[in-house]
Design a protein around this ligand. Structure first.
Ligand SMILES: Cc1cc2nc3c(=O)[nH]c(=O)nc-3n(C[C@H](O)[C@H](O)[C@H](O)COP(=O)(O)OP(=O)(O)OC[C@H]3O[C@@H](n4cnc5c(N)ncnc54)[C@H](O)[C@@H]3O)c2cc1C
Length: 404
């Protein structure tokens, strides 16, 4: 294990050896060189380019567009996808990318996840070869940005009941309806709108920027993920070519295949938030003195830090195994749900504990924990709420559908 010296304290107390806080079980040893290289590249990008600017964007609720071209240079867009200019990285590497981005900032990670995950995976998984060739290379280069429009004002957890319609009209479909919470939706070049056709079957329809009848308004007043934009979308007689329907999107079951594929990334994302908050808490409690000694010297504080590390270590092992299963084609939807449920719950507690350990400074953006604390609330609810994940796992355990 890598060891480092704690700083000598002014009162002459002996410095202690302590372990670097976040790899207690030497999980780094289980990664390939390539996975470590990708993680380190993303971490360096985050340290250099995201961390210094993000609090300001978060506070102003502005999206840091300046970072968009930098993603293309990082070589991580498209994640595990092969070909079409995508990096074809391992599932573990893709998880590490999500973890590192979240460790830096949830908004930046969400932008990446919506574009490179939800939108590109929909096209890769459900598009024809012609559709993949048409859209994926430009998306991999970040010349075209994607969005994923499933949630509606009246249908969140029950998006299976979505009402947006796609009426066939000769060589076109005509879309009518509304979408809500659509990340990147106000500026994306391609928005995949999930809508119900004349036969009641759900399909994914690619709406290209500038199509008449498509209106998107940025949602305001958020207390989480303030530096990334979600849109309220209105679709009024939006005509798209029949060729814009993703060829293999024939039912809601196909939509859920995409959601399962991206859900494992949420487990890694929650881990990233937990790591950031824990690292900040370890650093802060080592420095801040009360009653004449560092906070870290109090038993109650050490107990809290130990509990946080225990949870982080279990989250790391769970993520690694889940991604190995995904790589081997053995990950089931319930396995992905279990990771989202478990890691979101744990990370939510860890960011709250870290916020507590920073005292009043825990609510100041300057100390970074406050942002993770607020952002984790959105992670807890999006891509399927905690209840919904529990019900999906519960169905697997009991064989009984309790979701509806
Ligand atoms: C920051 C953010 C980004 C997002 N990005 C996107 C995006 O890019 N694209 C997109 O399509 N969507 C997106 N979403 C939407 C997200 O997926 C939904 O918010 C989520 O699915 C929950 O839906 P809802 O908000 O309507 O909550 P609801 O479904 O109304 O749930 C409210 C509460 O009721 C509970 N509940 C609902 N049904 C049941 C049940 N059967 N049993 C027990 N409890 C139940 C829920 O667990 C929750 O506690 C985003 C959301 C957020 C917050």
């Amino acid at each position: 294990m890598t060891l480092q010296q704690a700083p000598t304290h002014a009162d002459g107390r002996q410095p202690l050896e302590r372990s670097l806080p976040t790899d207690f079980y030497l999980i780094d040893e289980l990664l390939t060189d390539e996975e470590r290289r990708i993680r380190d590249r993303v971490r360096a990008f985050c340290d250099r380019e995201v961390a210094p600017i993000i609090n300001d964007y978060w506070e102003r609720a502005e999206f840091p567009f300046e970072l968009v071209p930098r993603f293309a240079e990082l070589g991580v867009v498209g994640g595990t996808l092969q070909g079409y200019g995508c990096p074809g990285m391992s599932s573990v590497a893709w998880g590490l990318v999500n973890m590192e981005l979240a460790r830096a900032d949830a908004s930046v990670q969400t932008f990446y996840n919506v574009h490179s995950g939800l939108a590109m995976i929909s096209i890769a998984m459900l598009g024809s070869e012609e559709q993949r060739q048409r859209w994926l290379p430009a998306m991999a280069r970040m010349e075209q940005i994607g969005a994923f429009g499933l949630t509606e004002p009246e249908h969140g957890s029950d998006s299976v009941r979505l009402e947006t319609s796609a009426r066939r009209d000769g060589a076109h479909y005509v879309l009518d309806g509304a979408k809500r919470w659509i990340g990147n939706g106000s500026f994306a070049d391609l928005v995949i709108i999930w809508a119900r056709d004349d036969d009641g079957k759900v399909g994914g329809f690619v709406v290209e920027k500038g199509t008449p009848g498509f209106e998107a308004e940025v949602m305001t007043g958020k207390i989480a993920k303030r530096a990334v934009w979600q849109a309220d979308i209105k679709l009024r007689g939006v005509r798209v070519a029949a060729d814009n329907r993703l060829a293999d999107s024939r039912s809601f079951r196909d939509t859920t295949r995409v959601l399962t594929a991206t859900r494992s990334g949420v487990g890694w994302t929650a881990l990233g938030h937990a790591l950031a908050a824990y690292e900040a808490a370890v650093a802060y409690t080592g420095e801040r003195e009360q009653f004449g000694k560092p906070l870290a010297a109090f038993q109650l504080v050490q107990e809290k830090l130990a509990g946080m590390l225990a949870e982080i270590t279990s989250m790391q092992l769970l993520c690694l195994r889940l991604s190995q299963l995904a790589e081997a084609g053995k990950m089931t939807p319930a396995m992905a749900s279990l990771a989202k449920l478990n890691n979101s719950r744990k990370a939510r507690q860890i960011v709250a504990d870290a916020r507590d350990l920073l005292g009043g400074n825990g609510i100041l953006l300057e100390y970074h924990v406050a942002r993770h604390f607020a952002d984790m609330e959105a992670v807890f609810s999006y891509e399927g709420t905690d209840h919904i994940q529990a019900l999906l796992v519960g169905r697997q355990i009991t064989g009984i559908q309790a979701l509806s």
